[in-house]
Design a protein around this ligand. Structure first.
Ligand SMILES: O=c1ccn([C@@H]2O[C@H](COP(=O)(O)OP(=O)(O)O[C@H]3O[C@H](CO)[C@@H](O)[C@H](O)[C@H]3O)[C@@H](O)[C@H]2O)c(=O)[nH]1
Ligand SMILES: [Mn+2]
Length: 848
């Protein structure tokens, strides 16, 4: 039984399927439920008359446990703008009301497809993209008003510290009535009477506002940042050129030591007339990482053993050569050659291992340096750089979607500032199954992630966590832990059932739609008097909203087969707001009924589904190609300066791993680090490791030993990269060998060879300079005009003609710098930057 396509209404389709799915505990999966299969919004917002309450669901699960041999699966088909619901119907599944402002365009603007042979499509979003401010949710937030907010430099700006966006009329009204911000109920800082004043005084207001919220009031009054508009001032250059310092002791610091009076001058002061700075940074000067030598007790015997073996080997080879066997000379010759070769290769293998190193990170220092309140960052907002996590999957049959889903969940739940994290799934199979599994994952993440954060769950892969044999109560202090764990486990079991029944439900849905289409086509042909017998009908794969899946079809069709389909991008979870959204304050739709999220930040990181375009005749380069596509897509969407890649069958086993990786990147000298490789640990294989499947020698010995030399190698996955290194730019300070004796430090980043002889031409092509971010995408502060033109001309040659991609490069470089003390840092591309450029970035010829 299927709903007719021609009369779209959000009534669910009940499909009866044979009971194939079993959940983890072996219990027969017999659940009656309503699922909005492609809806990344919380499941309970898809409320329909058919969906029972949660408690009922559990009850019905146990009731039908033994009695039913069939699963009643209710597929809720959400209405969409192209298939609008009949008026007066129940609330649409993709209820925009349930999503706070900025998220709207991402949730309703679902799928982006496009590429070489087809125009870029952005379905469902047409209405909201017409007005950028609207699509970003940046219109006036007053109830019943959607006026244009204050604009400064084309950016909407809130007149209040709390970020409540408001239009001019409403602002004036508020001022005249209560003078308080309708968002935070705090009084507005300055009352402004007319429009010009509003615009002109914005900067001053900003400064006043900054002073107001600073807790360190005694210090702040005299610290004047040299420029009122920080983005235009290059602080690092200023520091470098003037040898100035900020804060205590700088040129602007008063000699008399400020309000408190100064009794210390001349006593502690290093320079006459300047106050000795208090020791603020004693802790922050501590390094983020430490190199720990391997204990001599282990190394010395090991080295001795190698020396003894070497000597023995020497004696043996000498003896061998001195005692030739002339009766079988060729045999003797062969063995000697082979033995010498083996000895040599053994030596090559041993020598690098003489000096292995361990490294340790200090996460408390990272927290102090980047996440504690400072003068410039009074709220202690995280200053960590953005991080994009890439997961690749290729075939939903060989790589089960449940495994991929668990990987994604472990990423979404990592301990990293949510607004700085973005997760991308590359689906090389272009399969609707992976797509819908990801939508389900996004939905389950709303329960799983707050649960992990609340109770410090480790590991944050639900399958691994619930499968643990050890006592789960260890180190758990919260009283509601046991109850919530039980609930979440049950949710997870249901989630597994849903994922495992997806192949069936997709097939059945498609069959129903196809049968209906075929019937209509047959009728038409009969009416026209055509021969129906030998007609062939296209068997499409249908999405839950009643449209064709743009990727690979179950029965391959033209333009929908493996290796021949359009590119697809779908944002499953919109970029989160920058302020924490505590569970208790959230709207009832987003409230989590499974666990008590009061006081827990319920935001989730951005999650994007990407399936790159594939066309015959192009080499897609397997995983490398998928990674390239993700690098370009993420550049125009979130542009995290660091990238972590994982296979779909891996997961983040330690929730602070990302932070630990970044310690190496952000430590002193870290700007020379291009990537940080994590070791891999394996599960589900022989625990006694009889066949060395755990790869311990490789990850725990060889890689550490290589680290002691020049650094470990990239093993193809589980690696944090510096984005600009992937673009092929040289690190800011490359340490290069110049000959055998010693090293030479060269500065390649912003400097170029003065001489422009022919010899340099080839080199120049590889050392493309990253244009300075202060001067926009095409200009460089240190370079002449000629250089600008040259680098601007080289960028499209290497990265295609996408202006957004080119513009994202210097931003990524800027944000990846060591200290985030550069003001005005734009955190990634604005969330509304999802344009047709990102679909062109996943095009197979990459000629956007
Ligand atoms: O066309 C393809 C083929 C593969 N993959 C992905 O690449 C990853 C690795 O492929 P797999 O066949 O599983 O290789 P393995 O031998 O299991 O993986 C190891 O070896 C690979 C190189 O041989 C590395 O890329 C992997 O990171 C490393 O884990 C998987 O996530 C796949 O989904 C794609 O995205 N597109
Ligand atoms: Mn693999």
């Amino acid at each position: 039984m299927a709903r007719r396509l021609s009369s779209p209404s959000p009534s669910p389709v009940t499909i009866t399927i044979s009971p194939t799915a079993k959940d983890g505990s072996g219990r027969r999966a017999a659940l009656r439920k309503s699922t909005g299969l492609t809806s990344p919004v919380p499941r309970h917002s898809t409320a329909s008359p058919h969906s029972s309450s949660r408690r009922d669901r559990y009850l019905s699960a146990s009731e039908t446990d033994t009695s039913s041999d069939f699963v009643h699966y209710t597929v809720h088909i959400p209405p969409t703008p192209d298939h609008p619901a009949a008026t007066g119907n129940a609330a649409p599944a993709l209820s925009t009301e349930s999503i706070p402002g900025p998220d709207r365009s991402f949730i309703s603007g679902t799928i982006f497809t496009g590429g070489l042979n087809c125009v870029t499509r952005a379905r469902h979003v047409l209405g909201s993209t017409s007005d950028t401010a609207k699509s970003n949710g940046l219109n006036c937030k007053m109830q019943g008003c959607d006026g244009t907010p204050f604009r400064i430099d084309n950016r909407a700006k809130a007149p209040c510290e709390c970020g409540f966006v408001i239009c001019k009329d409403c602002y004036m009204e508020c001022l005249s009535t209560s003078s308080t911000c309708p968002g935070c109920k705090e009084p507005y800082q300055a009352s402004l009477s007319d429009e010009s004043e509003v615009e002109e005084d914005e900067e001053e207001e900003e400064e006043e506002g900054r002073d107001r919220v600073l807790p360190l009031t005694s210090m702040v009054w005299s610290v004047k940042v040299p420029s009122s508009k920080p983005a235009e001032f290059d602080h690092s250059r200023w520091l470098f050129e003037t040898k100035g310092t900020y804060g205590y002791g700088n040129a602007l610091w008063p000699k008399d030591g400020g309000r408190k009076g100064n009794n210390n001058v001349g006593v502690h002061g290093g320079f006459e007339g300047f106050e000795e700075p208090p020791n603020f940074g004693a802790k922050c000067r501590r390094p983020l990482t430490r190199k720990i030598g391997v204990s001599q007790a282990i190394l010395s015997p090991y080295r001795l053993l190698i020396a003894i073996r070497l000597v023995a080997l020497g004696f043996f080879l000498t003896w061998r050569i001195r005692h030739p066997n002339w009766e079988a000379a060729w045999l003797w010759g062969m063995s000697v050659t082979c033995e010498i070769w083996f000895a040599f290769s053994w030596l090559l293998d041993q020598l690098p291992k003489l000096c292995p190193v361990n490294r340790a990170t200090d996460l408390t220092v990272l927290k102090e340096r980047y996440e504690s309140p400072t003068v410039r960052n009074p709220k202690g907002r995280s200053d960590l750089p953005g991080m994009d996590v890439f997961v690749s999957t290729a075939d939903p049959e060989k790589e089960p979607p449940l495994v991929t889903a668990n990987t994604i969940l472990s990423i979404l739940a990592v301990d990293y500032p949510v607004e700085k994290l973005a997760c991308y799934l590359s689906d090389d199979g272009g399969a609707l199954l992976t797509f819908e599994a990801l939508a389900e994952t996004a939905s389950f993440a709303r329960t799983w992630v707050p649960f992990c954060c609340k109770h410090d769950i480790e590991p944050r892969n639900p399958e691994a966590y619930f499968g643990q044999k050890r006592d789960f109560l260890k180190n758990k202090v919260r009283l509601d832990f046991v109850r919530e764990r039980r609930k979440v486990k049950r949710e997870y079991d249901e989630f597994k059932v849903r994922i495992n029944s997806l192949p069936d439900s997709i097939r059945r849905r498609s069959d129903a739609y196809n049968a209906h289409d075929e019937l209509v086509a047959r009728k038409k042909m009969e009416e026209n008097g055509e021969n129906v017998g030998d007609a062939k009908f296209v068997r499409a794969t249908w999405m839950a909203d009643g449209s064709h899946w743009p990727g690979t079809w179950l029965t391959a069709g033209p333009d929908h087969s493996r290796g021949d389909h359009a590119g697809i991008i779908q944002v499953m979870l919109a970029p989160p707001p920058s302020e924490p959204v505590m569970g208790g304050d959230s709207l009832p739709e987003t409230a989590n009924c499974c666990i008590d999220t009061r006081g827990i930040d319920t935001r989730l990181p951005m999650l994007v589904y990407v399936s790159r375009e594939k066309r015959p005749g192009y080499d897609h380069n397997k995983k490398a190609g998928a990674m390239n596509a993700l690098v370009r897509t993420s550049a125009v969407m979130s542009n995290g300066p660091f990238i972590l890649n994982l296979d779909c069958d891996h997961y983040v086993a330690n929730s602070v791993a990302l932070r630990e990786g970044l310690c190496f990147m952000l430590d002193r000298g870290g700007d020379r680090v291009c990537y940080v490789q994590f070791p891999q640990r394996f599960e589900g294989i022989d625990p006694s490791d009889r066949y060395a499947n755990h790869n311990l020698v490789f990850f725990d010995v060889t890689m550490r030993a290589m680290d002691g030399l020049q650094g470990p190698m990239y093993v193809g996955t589980g690696c944090i990269f510096r984005r600009t290194a992937l673009y092929g730019f040289n690190p800011p300070r490359a340490t290069e060998h110049s000959g055998w004796f010693g090293r030479r430090k060269i500065k390649l980043f912003f400097k170029r060879q003065e001489t422009m002889g022919k010899k340099h031409d080839r080199k120049r092509e590889h050392d493309v300079m990253i244009p300075s971010v202060q001067d926009g995408a095409a200009g460089s502060g240190d370079c002449t005009e000629d250089d600008d033109i040259e680098s601007a001309a080289l960028l499209p040659k290497r990265f295609g003609s996408s202006a957004s991609l080119a513009a994202s490069i210097p931003v990524a470089e800027f944000q990846g710098r060591l200290l985030q003390d550069l003001p005005g840092t734009q955190q990634g591309r604005p969330s509304g930057a999802l344009t047709d450029c990102s679909t062109r970035a996943i095009g197979c010829c990459h000629c956007c």
